[in-house]
Design a protein around this ligand. Structure first.
Ligand code: NAI
Length: 253
């Protein structure tokens, strides 16, 4: 059984989906958690859920593409819990378009939320991890960051960047005992997938039906990803760094 007792974690995109499930699990395993999200209502609700279950949590309203917001998130972890041991860079957005149709604004927004955010948060968290003797950073990539996908060129580019920047960060910060890994979910039942289905003119049901033919016969749940992140956050993964881990039931990544 993994324990995260005594660890201080920051989770972005913690108001819903994968981030929320992960924040709840990390807290259940003993970590104190800062939940960061642009969605104030969802973030406050997630914070209350963790506290009601006996965990320690603080919600910070944050746009992860904004440098000052990111500084505030890490400062909150320092002031409320004394530091940061685990950083889960998970907030992300998707815009559907080919390279011919995408607007520059959409391109820049996807890059800022999915990629720049990791730099903004990590550069503040790493000095605290270094001071504490090490830490674990987990970045959320995507199966589409490895093999590409249709009609989402900015998203695929951003997630490819997340995959390779995770490897680069692992090399740079390994000497400080800071491990950096990238989790690449396949189709996972969250609000993002519902929105994707809507933009494609269908519903989540179509994803479930199509998944019946995949090796494990289903799409992922937020808990599937959360358990992988909890392992990577823990000391059980003390020699796992620079890894790109598909969590997709052998389905898409
Ligand atoms: P979700 O839409 O349920 O959650 C994303 C969260 O990020 C939301 O709470 C949203 O408010 C927050 N967020 C969006 N922009 C933000 C910003 N600028 N600042 C702070 N928070 C912001 O989606 P899901 O599926 O939980 O996504 C989590 C991560 O997993 C994303 O990086 C996504 O790209 C990745 N992913 C999801 C897959 C899926 O099938 N659901 C597949 C592969 C990767």
């Amino acid at each position: 059984m993994i324990s995260l007792a005594g660890k201080r974690a920051v989770v972005t995109g913690a108001a819903s989906g994968i981030g929320r499930a992960t924040a709840e699990l990390l807290a259940e395993l003993g970590a104190a958690v800062v939940l960061a999200d642009v969605d104030e209502a969802g973030g406050a609700e997630a914070e209350q859920t963790v506290i009601a279950a006996g965990g320690r949590a603080v919600f910070v309203r944050c746009d992860v593409s904004d440098a000052a917001d990111c500084e505030r998130v890490i400062a909150t972890a320092r002031d409320a819990f004394g530091g940061v041991d685990v950083l889960f860079n998970n907030a992300g957005i998707i815009r559907r378009s080919t390279v011919c149709g995408i607007t520059e604004d959409d391109w820049d927004r996807v890059m800022a939320v999915n990629v720049k955010s990791i730099m903004l948060l990590s550069r503040r968290a790493i000095p605290l991890m270094r001071a504490a003797g090490g830490g674990s950073i987990i970045n959320t990539g995507s199966g589409w960051g490895i093999k590409g996908g249709a009609d989402a060129v900015s998203y695929c580019a951003s997630k490819g960047a997340v995959v390779n920047m995770s490897r680069a960060m692992a090399i740079d910060h390994g000497p400080d005992n800071i491990r950096v890994n990238c989790v690449c979910p396949g189709d996972t039942a969250t609000g993002m997938l519902v929105e994707e289905a809507r933009q494609l003119g269908g519903s989540l049901e179509a994803f479930y039906e199509e998944a019946a033919d995949r090796p494990l016969g289903r799409i992922g749940t937020p808990g599937d990803i959360a358990r992988t992140v909890a392992f990577l956050a823990s000391d059980a993964a003390s020699f796992v760094s620079g890894a790109v881990i598909a969590v997709d039931g052998a389905g898409t990544a």
